[in-house]
Design a protein around this ligand. Structure first.
Ligand code: NAD
Length: 232
């Protein structure tokens, strides 16, 4: 299917839902693909509160490896097209499941991070959060108050950041179009947003469970297709 033309106008209200696939062309492995994180590790050990509390050092070593890999990655043409789109339309909300911060680096402003941010550290004792991109040498890291720090990401079984889903739902309901890029849409409640949209443009090299219901299901990568949507 060809990228639709004329859908994005200066008056358009646009919402976008992104997943790990949008960062694949920046060299960051996706969640379930071959070579993806969960083919190599058990998510119960690395991405649950139980896994963390049973071995915080092990989990932190893995997160610090991811942080260093992500620190070396740059936004790709897909991230950049979304930052440009935000400047061209009347309303724009970017809802991401990614924790890598590449949308911020590309210049996107109105970003809802449903699954948190790998650069945020949160104290388990005083609750304070800080953004820290530096290399963490002593693992697990500790807060000035003496409490242990954890990665500011949402693990399986945890609540999403307060208000994030409400803001995302409002943006999708108000939007003329929802662009869904680089997500297998298997993680809820994020995937549920797709069913709330009026017009859905899906961008993915592979079919997903939502492809048949999408208004336009475009087969290709986000770095190829997102820039095409700006060419109207
Ligand atoms: P997923 O791995 O389940 O699905 C990725 C999807 O992207 C697949 O459907 C795949 O076909 C598609 N894809 C692969 N390459 C693509 C490309 N170049 N362009 C467009 N699409 C492409 O990922 P998900 O749906 O985001 O799963 C959600 C979970 O993964 C979230 O909890 C998220 O926090 C976590 N995660 C985040 C990152 C990151 O921050 N970069 C990386 C891995 C996992």
């Amino acid at each position: 299917m060809q990228a639709p033309t004329g859908l994005l106008k200066p008056s358009s209200k646009v919402a976008v839902l992104t997943g790990a696939g949008v960062s694949a062309e920046s060299g960051i492995p996706t969640f379930r693909s071959n070579g993806g994180y969960w083919n190599q590790h058990r998510f119960e050990d690395l991405a649950t509160p139980e896994g963390f509390f049973s071995d915080p050092k092990f989990v932190w070593i893995w997160y610090e490896e991811r942080r260093r890999a992500i620190a070396a990655a740059r936004p790709n043409a897909g991230h950049e097209a979304l930052a440009e789109m935000e400047k061209r339309v009347a309303a724009f909300t970017l809802i991401t499941q990614n924790v890598d911060g590449l949308h911020d680096l590309a210049g996107s402003k109105n970003v809802i991070k449903l699954h948190g941010d790998i650069w945020t550290l949160r104290c388990l004792k005083c609750g304070r959060e800080r953004v820290d991109r530096s290399e963490l040498n002593d693992l697990p890291p500790f807060c000035a108050c003496g409490g242990m720090l954890r990665p500011g990401v949402v693990w399986f079984g945890e609540m999403l950041p307060e208000g994030a889903m409400e803001r995302a739902t409002a943006a999708v309901r108000a939007a003329d179009v929802l662009i869904v890029a680089g997500t297998s849409a298997q993680v809820y409640p994020a995937a549920g947003l797709i069913t709330m949209a009026r017009t859905v443009i899906e961008i993915n090299p592979e079919a997903t469970a939502f492809s048949d219901d999408a208004t336009y299901s475009l087969r290709g990568t986000s770095a190829e297709i997102l820039p095409q949507l700006l060419l109207d």
